[in-house]
Design a protein around this ligand. Structure first.
Ligand code: ADP
Length: 548
């Protein structure tokens, strides 16, 4: 037996700190612009950011934080949060981003489950921290991302201040070379199903994901971009943008707490933003602001929309009315989060516009590194014909194996079951038809709630719509559509909206009833909360006329 012949290349572990160090060295003057919670604009460079991240690492080490320990963050998208990303992971601690929009009980659960040592927080969350601190006895200190205040703080909370902590350090600190398999970030799913569960990323998975996200065929971020992540840094690492931007030396624009249409539009224009990313709900506000004010985007070229299904009407409006290219994407916390993005190959881009659109409205094709399949109830793979739909399974180097602090793997035969229901077509395009718990099971057949919703929001009088399953005596479940009207859509009736479905959808997919409400419930990540809606309409009484 001969010895295996190993490659003879440098064995350099992939570390998160490499990303910022690279930007500081090779894009040192490139700006990071933040709208601070105080309302003013803060500007500095990647070079400044790295220096302060090193100071933070020194400060945390001085506080006794050990590699592997978790440091929580409760913060908006801003420069200090970015420093926290790198100042923690850079010396081997784990950055645990916490979603401040969760209920305090859920946050207390997560903090205890993660066993956070310190928690860095934006001062807008001071009341939340005051409420949380007594319930989180294992947190050694709460670090306000601010200067020290003039008056002394209440002593009920062990408070520290970020700026004096940093000022005490000189930044003369070398990022240690860490085993790339060590933990870097901890992100919890928002718990739309049961308790929140933690996905513990490694250094390797984060760096590989940053490479993947940057590809021209993915987000296509480059040094000529000015990038504004609307998706919060407390939600799946802002889809990897805080890593992909420094990897490419792209300008970064961090919007802080004001995510309404006007604030975003003004920041995009002022900072000549070329690329953005966020969930559909945020873009609804932005589009409404631009539409009502008769405005244009003067620099925005493209935007990634994901997190929930992007309604085709939104995609068309961005493209036809404003010349902004939409990249529809699918992912989840367990995937760091990017799985697929919709973009065309050369041949597809030669097809008639309507055919191109039908592809671009789907969730797209996998990024290199991710593999996917759909399976039936017995786990047998289903055909990739765009028709068969089944449970979506994925695998890849940035997909979780198991949830944080659990003993058993979450995988089935080496694949991660996503909980989504989808089709895959012969060209590899994924189309999410539902989350498995959201499908409407009518007479043993499945109805895709997102198809039903997409048609509703294409109606000019509809602002937002949710299709949910309601118990039905004859069919088991039938679709109920819950609608928020546009301000201009006062006259819209149930009958008119049902008629709008004619010819657009199989007859038996058309909702049996439509209810108008002033607003829909959303989860902490801005998605429709179908669980709440199902609760609200559990005892819904169907119109008397039987479905034929
Ligand atoms: P949670 O919903 O618990 O906050 P995530 O934020 O990780 O968890 O959301 C992941 C889920 O969001 C996916 O499993 C999928 O159901 C949904 N999702 C994400 N992107 C899309 C998309 N483009 N279209 C439809 N659903 C999507």
């Amino acid at each position: 037996m001969t010895e295996p012949l190993l490659g003879q290349m440098m064995d350099i572990p992939l570390n998160v700190s490499m990303l910022l160090r690279h930007a500081a060295r090779y894009a040192g003057d490139t700006e990071i612009v933040s709208r601070r919670i105080e309302g003013d604009i803060h500007r500095y460079t990647y070079r400044d950011c790295e220096k302060r991240a090193r100071q933070l690492a020194q400060a945390l080490i001085r506080l006794g934080v050990q590699p592997g320990e978790r440091i929580g963050t409760l913060a908006w998208n801003g420069y200090r949060h970015l420093e926290a990303y790198y100042g923690t992971t850079g010396f081997g601690a784990v950055c645990h981003t916490i979603n401040p929009r969760l209920f305090p009980e859920q946050i207390a659960y997560i903090v205890a489950h993660a066993d956070d040592r310190y928690i860095l927080f934006d001062t807008t969350f001071a009341p939340l921290v005051a409420e949380l601190a007594p319930r989180c006895p294992n947190v050694k200190g709460w670090i306000a991302l601010a200067d020290a205040p003039k008056e002394s703080p209440p002593d009920s909370v062990p408070l520290l201040y970020y700026e004096p902590l940093l000022a005490a350090e000189d930044g003369e600190f070398e990022w240690p070379e860490l085993d790339e398999r060590l933990a870097s970030y901890l992100c919890y799913t928002s718990g739309t199903t049961g308790h929140p569960k933690g996905a513990l990323y490694s250094h390797r998975s984060v760096v590989l994901h940053a490479y993947g996200a940057s590809l021209t065929g993915a987000m296509g971020i480059s040094a000529r971009d000015s990038v504004l992540p609307v998706v919060p840094m407390f939600h799946v690492n802002a889809w990897g943008i805080p890593h992909a931007a420094p990897l490419n030396g792209a300008k970064l624009v961090l919007p802080g707490k004001d995510l309404d249409g006007k604030s975003l539009y003004e920041l995009m224009e002022a900072e000549r933003v070329t690329f953005s990313a966020g969930v559909p709900t945020v873009w609804m506000g932005l589009l409404a602001h631009v539409r009502e004010g008769g405005k244009r985007f003067s620099s925005l070229e493209r935007t990634v929309i994901g997190g929930s299904s992007c309604p085709p009407a939104m995609l068309r409006s961005f493209e036809d009315d404003y010349g902004v290219r939409v990249i529809h994407a699918w992912g989840m916390t367990e995937l760091s989060p990017l799985g697929t993005l919709a973009r065309l190959n050369w041949e597809q881009s030669q097809r008639p516009r309507e055919e191109q659109r039908r592809l671009l409205e789907k969730q797209g094709t996998v990024i290199f590194g991710v593999d996917m399949k759909i399976v039936d109830a017995n786990g047998a793979e289903l055909p990739r014909d765009g028709v068969a739909f089944g449970d979506l399974y994925v695998r890849g180097p940035w997909v979780i194996d198991r949830y944080f602090a659990t003993e058993t793997s979450a995988l089935v035969d080496g694949w991660f079951p996503t909980g989504d229901v989808a089709t895959i077509d012969s060209e590899g395009f994924l189309h999410i038809t539902d989350r498995s718990k959201d499908v409407v099971k009518s007479g043993g057949e499945w109805i895709s709630s997102s198809e039903v919703e997409n048609i509703a929001v294409a109606h000019p009088d509809v602002a937002e719509a949710a299709c949910i399953a309601c118990p039905h005596p004859k069919w088991g479940e039938r679709p109920l559509l819950v609608v928020v009207k546009r301000p201009t859509g006062d006259g819209l009736t149930r009958e008119a909206l049902r008629a709008f479905y004619e010819g657009k959808l199989a007859k038996w997919w058309i909702p049996d009833d439509i209810v108008f409400v002033p607003e829909l419930p959303h989860t902490a990540t801005g998605k429709l909360s179908k669980m709440k809606l199902r609760d609200m309409f559990r005892d819904h009484v169907w119109p008397t006329k039987e479905r034929t």
